[in-house]
Design a protein around this ligand. Structure first.
Ligand SMILES: [Zn+2]
Length: 431
């Protein structure tokens, strides 16, 4: 079959990119018009066939837009020549950075995370997370601490990095069936490759944040490159999805004060994580699926022992591949059994207007947990709250967007356990 053969070929050609904590990323996320397959596709959120979901397609609203952006998956992003608006904003932000951290020891290392020969001074004046897990910049800088813990106890802050994954319908259907919202940290290159998948996140009421354009170690970049990685991801999310995020997550958690200041200049709050499921690491260094399950269990056990009795936590999950998505689906009942609440970051932080566009209103924590199924309740599809609109943006504005091509997600079938397993096997060959 032509499509299947071609798709396998594409997967084989996919460039390896490193994920949030040191993993290869986006194996099946190669797509868009860089590839040989073109053609319109009917959008069908109920389609769980991985090959069909990941067949590149043209997307008319973006047909003339790519020249405005850096190269897809080209590391690192840089200012696009002739983009005077971006250049002017960068100049303004850069002036602040130069004034506030003139003696920074950053950049350092390589964009692949090699710090050989880097001699970083003791004292950690740059609050470099990778070096010291520092999350609290000096107060004099006027920027907030990174978000790791959450104010509400016994609460799992749910987020997925590295999307949109072209084959994420099974996960998104599962979340919809459970009336579960999440925060999606989107990669700009993936958004431009898979715009329909990106739009689904908005239509499903998820909360969208920035996760850079090409997923480099951010502290290795120049100020201009840091700006470009964040700015163009924010821009493409605005153009494709219609919302302008106000939060971001650094790949690998690699952030310091210089990078934080540039992000703050773009009105992006840094959402890190407290715990990592290491779901991304399967296939590297002999890490197995059972190891990841054990990582989930450790967090769940800690919750049972009262570790989160006074505050909640952000947890690092991924939609990077079909294993990470399926593993979350399988662990979800266990998480629900151990935590009182599973909420998107917007709800956890009471960000009722998490986008620049004020017509999108999200639920605050109390509203969210009141509308979500009770803790420990059977996952019956969340029918009692499904009609409330919950965290979706203004229906009118969402529907009016030219980018909205959402198909009917109603009646989507629950993913069978075997569906994603097939994809895992295919992906594993590429790790
Ligand atoms: Zn990542």
């Amino acid at each position: 079959m032509l499509v299947a053969t071609a798709s396998i070929s594409l997967l084989g050609l996919a460039a390896a990119h490193m994920g949030c904590s040191g993993h290869n990323i986006a194996k099946r996320n190669v797509g868009g018009e860089n590839n040989v397959i073109y053609g319109k596709r009917q959008v069908d959120n109920a389609n769980l066939d991985v090959t069909a979901q990941c067949t590149p397609y043209t997307y008319a609203p973006m047909a003339n837009s790519k020249a405005k952006y850096p190269g897809i998956w080209v590391q690192p992003a840089t200012l696009v020549p002739g983009d005077s608006e971006a250049a002017a904003l960068f100049a303004t932000i850069n002036a602040t950075v130069q004034q506030k951290v003139p003696n920074s020891n950053s950049p350092h290392g390589t964009l692949k995370g090699d710090w050989a020969g880097v001699n970083y001074p003791a004292g950690d004046a740059d609050c470099w997370w990778t070096n010291s897990r520092c999350t609290t910049p000096a107060e004099s800088l006027g920027i907030p601490a990174d978000i790791t813990n959450l104010p509400e106890p016994e609460t799992w802050g749910l987020g997925f990095d590295d999307g949109p994954n072209c084959s994420h319908n099974a996960l998104y259907n599962f979340l919809a069936e459970n009336n579960q919202k999440a925060t999606m940290f989107f990669i700009g290159s993936n958004v431009i490759d898979w715009p329909v998948q990106a739009i689904r996140a908005r239509d499903d009421g998820h909360h969208i944040c920035v996760h850079t354009w090409s997923h480099p170690y951010m502290t290795a970049l120049t100020n201009e490159q840091v700006f470009a990685e964040l700015y163009y991801t924010r821009q493409v999310i605005k153009e494709v999805i219609g919302v302008t995020p106000t939060c971001w997550r650094p790949p690998f958690g690699d952030v310091d004060n210089r990078v934080r200041l540039i992000a703050a200049g773009l009105n992006l709050t840094n959402v890190l994580w407290k715990n990592d499921t290491f779901d991304w690491s399967v296939g590297t260094n002999n890490v197995t699926a059972a190891d990841v399950t054990n990582n989930y269990q450790k967090i769940i056990t800690a919750a049972g022992q009262g570790q989160y009795a006074t505050q909640g936590l952000t947890v690092l999950n991924h939609e990077i591949n079909n294993f990470t998505m399926q593993e979350f689906i399988e662990q979800y009942p266990n998480i629900k059994g151990a935590f009182k609440h599973i909420v998107p970051i917007a709800a956890a932080m009471n960000w009722t207007h998490p986008y620049v566009e004020q017509n999108y209103t999200f639920q605050d924590f109390n509203e969210y947990v009141a509308g979500a199924p009770a803790s420990g309740a059977a996952s019956s599809g969340g029918a009692s709250a499904a009609g409330s609109g919950t965290a979706t943006g203004s229906a009118a504005s969402a529907s009016a967007s030219k980018a909205s091509t959402k198909g009917s997600g109603a009646g989507a079938t629950r993913p069978a356990a075997g569906i994603l397993a097939v994809a895992i096997a295919a992906t594993a060959l590429l790790l």
